[in-house]
Design a protein around this ligand. Structure first.
Ligand SMILES: *Cc1c(COP(=O)(O)O)cnc(C)c1O
Length: 357
């Protein structure tokens, strides 16, 4: 990769919008901070990294992202402790993953120094938007889109990398009810399921809206070939607790390699909780629900951290999961452990916190 040496230029906003925001009543992803980071790819290199006031942008109607969906993104969070120190959680993982997603969509890799210099400068400028207190965070959305104005069906030669930031409280607060997919699929072998590609979300909105009409908030996807293996929830990886053992599907072409997922697997090991990473069949989870050994099901992802699942339906059979809300439930333990590490309230023995200085 070429040597990237441009300084991030900064144009600050004349006034801040922060006084207009009710931080105790945030609607996820609708409010954005005063600044954003922008960097363009042209003539074979990333250039002109800059921070500017958050604003609308114009694109040519032929920009390829609008026609062929070359778009990838990341989701990460910044936290503030009681002394005002700002932390990211395993940000190198997000950096590596956005480039892995980009590679799959035939998009150029973004340079590591621009990613971190842009992100950290942005966080310092908008630091007032990060509220201390467990559960509060600033959700960060890095993304890349193809901007080249040309509609021939081939990879673009112009792209824009951006980061926008939105203050957040925990995404889902109460337990969700899910439908297990038996017809639609979110990803296929050899497809883009493992990439954080924008189109993966577009493709799940319709089947998810059908599930919502039936009273379920989310779909848990199964393998596209046979619909017999449980995979993930589309914005979250999924864990099953059978008796005192956790089970989660292995990552593959079809499953997003979640940072929350891998952190939970590590925390389980630290706590001496057995976590099997293996294929999980719908049948075994239904049987475990029937014989009472299924204690909990929960989703894991940056936005919600942990999202307990209180019921699931499969082919018309409905199962309520009673243990999800227990005082000593694993989902509560993992959520607390993760939040404490993220908010600098507990020891960080794996070096997951990254302080923004
Ligand atoms: C982002 C995402 C997740 C969760 O990943 P984290 O790194 O834990 O936030 C899970 N599944 C899909 C499909 C995703 O896009």
């Amino acid at each position: 990769m070429a040597n990237y040496t441009d300084k991030v230029s900064i144009e600050t906003a004349e006034t801040s919008k922060i006084s207009t925001v009710d931080f105790s009543n945030l609607d996820f992803g609708r409010v954005f901070t005063d600044h954003m980071f922008v960097c363009d790819y042209k003539d074979g290199k990333w250039q002109d990294p800059q921070i500017m006031p958050y604003q609308a942008m114009t694109f040519d109607p032929s920009a390829r992202v609008f026609h062929y969906g070359q778009a990838v993104f990341e989701g990460m969070k910044a936290y503030k402790d009681k002394d005002g120190k700002i932390f990211l959680f395993r940000p190198k993982q997000n950096f590596d993953r956005i480039n892995k997603s980009s590679e799959r969509l035939a998009m150029p890799a973004f340079p590591e120094n621009y990613f971190f210099e842009g992100l950290e400068a942005l966080l310092k400028l908008d630091s007032e938007w990060i509220k201390p207190g467990v559960g509060n965070s600033l959700y960060l959305r890095p993304f890349v889109i193809a901007t080249e104005p040309a509609i021939s069906a081939s990879p673009a030669n112009m792209y824009r990398f951006m980061i926008i930031c939105s203050p957040a409280q925990s995404y889902y607060n109460s337990a969700v009810r899910v439908l297990i997919a038996d017809h639609y699929s979110r990803s296929a072998n050899g497809g883009v399921g493992a990439a954080k590609a924008a189109g993966n979300y577009a493709a799940q909105f319709y089947p998810t809206s059908l599930a919502q009409e039936k009273g379920f908030q989310q779909v848990v996807w199964t393998d596209a070939d046979t619909h017999t293996f449980l995979e993930e929830a589309g914005t979250m990886n999924v864990f099953f607790r059978v008796n005192d053992k956790l089970i989660t599907a292995p990552t593959s072409d079809r499953i997003l390699d979640g940072i929350t997922r891998k952190s939970i697997i590590q925390i389980a090991e630290d706590l001496g909780i057995t976590c099997e990473v293996r294929q999980v069949t719908v049948e075994e989870i239904k049987n475990a629900a029937k014989d009472g050994s299924l204690k909990e099901v929960f989703g894991a992802g940056t936005a919600a951290v942990i999202s307990p699942i209180s019921a699931f339906e499969h082919q018309g059979e409905l199962f309520e999961i009673s243990g999800t809300d227990a005082e000593d439930a694993y989902n509560k333990l993992f959520k607390k452990t993760l939040l404490n590490i993220q908010h600098n309230l507990s020891e960080d023995k794996h070096g997951w916190r990254h302080e923004v200085k």
